[in-house]
Design a protein. Structure first.
Length: 203
């Protein structure tokens, strides 16, 4: 099983302002692990959920089943899902890293879900994602409507709750689909830092 240990951290601070970005047309484009062209900030569906994950982040891996369930539940309601892998692998060629991601997709039973490797962190930077797992919801117009945790299953690092009491991603999608304001546009994410490969090369 593709799973290692990386330093874990908490993303602190919750913005008090609405999360917005510029409209579609200046989106980040990249290739999925199966070669498909992706324009991640110009969704064709009603909304797109971008999940920032990593193969070696334990909390990210723990959420695999939850991510799959959310994506199944909302597919018929016009929500697309994409997995963005934020792995740091400075020595691997693109083909090797893509193969590792495909192995991870198979082992964690992600099935045919769209996935891509965010090698330069262009997507994470555009979405202002800093933690895995973290989800960013983009509406059809290209605006970020939600950024943060999937739910509050973890109270702290190494401290899962016995029961989830806040389904933040589902609440955001429900509001967006219904045409209502998202109740909490930004929430605190808990997990592993997204590391910029360029910062490692400079050391």
């Amino acid at each position: 099983m593709v799973m290692g240990m990386r330093r874990m951290s908490v993303l602190l601070g919750t913005a008090l302002w609405a999360v917005t970005v510029s409209a579609a047309g200046d989106g980040v484009r990249l290739r999925g692990v199966n070669g498909e062209a992706l324009d991640l900030f110009a969704p064709k569906a009603r909304a797109s959920a971008l999940f920032f994950i990593a193969t070696d982040c334990p909390i990210s891996n723990w959420y695999a089943t939850t991510i799959q369930q959310v994506c199944r539940d909302y597919a018929a309601r016009g929500v697309d899902c994409t997995l963005l892998y934020e792995d740091v692998d400075l020595g691997a060629t693109p083909g090797v890293l893509d193969a590792a991601v495909r192995t991870h997709l198979r082992e964690y039973r992600y099935g045919p879900m769209t996935a891509a490797v965010d090698r330069t962190r262009a997507v994470a930077k555009r979405a202002k994602a800093t933690i895995t797992p973290q989800v960013v919801v983009v509406d059809r117009g290209g605006a970020i409507r939600y950024r943060g945790r999937i739910d509050n299953a973890y109270a702290d690092l190494g401290k899962p709750r016995q029961q989830v009491t806040s389904h933040d991603l589902r609440a955001s999608l429900d509001a967006l689909i219904a045409g209502r304001p998202v109740p909490a546009p930004e929430t605190e994410a808990l997990g592993c830092f997204i590391v910029d490969p360029a910062s490692i090369r400079r050391k």
